[in-house]
Design a protein around this ligand. Structure first.
Ligand code: MN
Length: 233
């Protein structure tokens, strides 16, 4: 079976509860389409669990990209209080952007790791894919953190930049691909902001799965692509 979840945002307990709920086995594949980091209290513990599982495939979100932009330059310097020190003015802007987006828990978690453990985290973050094409039964799924900015159906998927794929506000009401067997599966935009309810949104070939795990009243969602079964934790 093939599963997708997104926007776990440090909610380790919901993540573990979900793995138990879907009874993830070695024969299954789980795609995590970005934003594991920040906000909730244990983002690094989730990454460390993902790293141990060869059947978990990570795709990058804007929070991982913000983290990489900062941590590539200063991960060894992060203190136990979660503060980075560096003397590179170019880093200020990237660090400020990440701070405004809830980096505190990620930085505090990193500050408690050994240098060797930090470097493994960095190496793992670098391995995240930009997007994935997955075929399940007769259907094709494009798994991407946010969607497609500057979309043009004649544009090859690999021509999109990271910023176009992970920061945009994809329009769930727009059918992006003519073929009705192609689905775009995205996170990033909490469905509660689109519909008022924290449930998976299916519309016009788009499947929005960010149900706001770290928000008050929100849920961690997981979709089984084989049959569109939805799970919530
Ligand atoms: Mn996001």
């Amino acid at each position: 079976m093939t599963y997708v979840m997104s926007d776990i945002h440090g909610m380790y307990e919901k993540y573990m509860k979900m793995l138990a709920l879907i009874e993830l086995s070695d024969k299954d594949t789980l795609y995590i389409i970005g934003d594991v980091l920040d906000r909730g209290s244990q983002p690094i513990r989730i990454l460390q669990d993902m790293m141990q599982r060869p059947n978990v495939i990570p795709i990058i979100g804007n929070h991982e990209l913000m983290a990489l932009n900062v941590l590539e330059k200063c991960i060894d310097s992060v203190t136990a209080d979660g503060l980075a020190s560096y003397d590179d003015n170019e880093l200020n802007e990237a660090y400020l952007l990440w701070q405004l987006n809830g980096c505190r828990t990620t930085m505090e978690n990193i500050g408690r790791l050994s240098i060797a453990e930090r470097r493994k985290i960095l190496e793992f973050l670098r391995s995240f894919a930009l997007y994935k094409n997955v075929n399940v039964n007769e259907k094709k799924f494009i798994l991407v953190h946010a969607g497609f900015e500057n979309f043009d159906k004649d544009r090859p998927l690999d021509s999109y930049t990271a910023d176009e794929l992970i920061w945009c506000r994809h329009d769930p009401g727009e059918r992006y691909f003519d073929d009705e067997n192609i689905y775009v599966v995205a996170g990033h935009t909490p469905t509660v902001k689109l519909t008022g309810k924290p449930y998976v949104l299916h519309r016009s070939g788009n499947i929005f799965i960010d149900c706001g795990a770290c928000m008050k009243g929100g849920k961690l969602a997981c979709v089984r692509l084989d049959d569109f079964m939805e799970y919530y934790a």
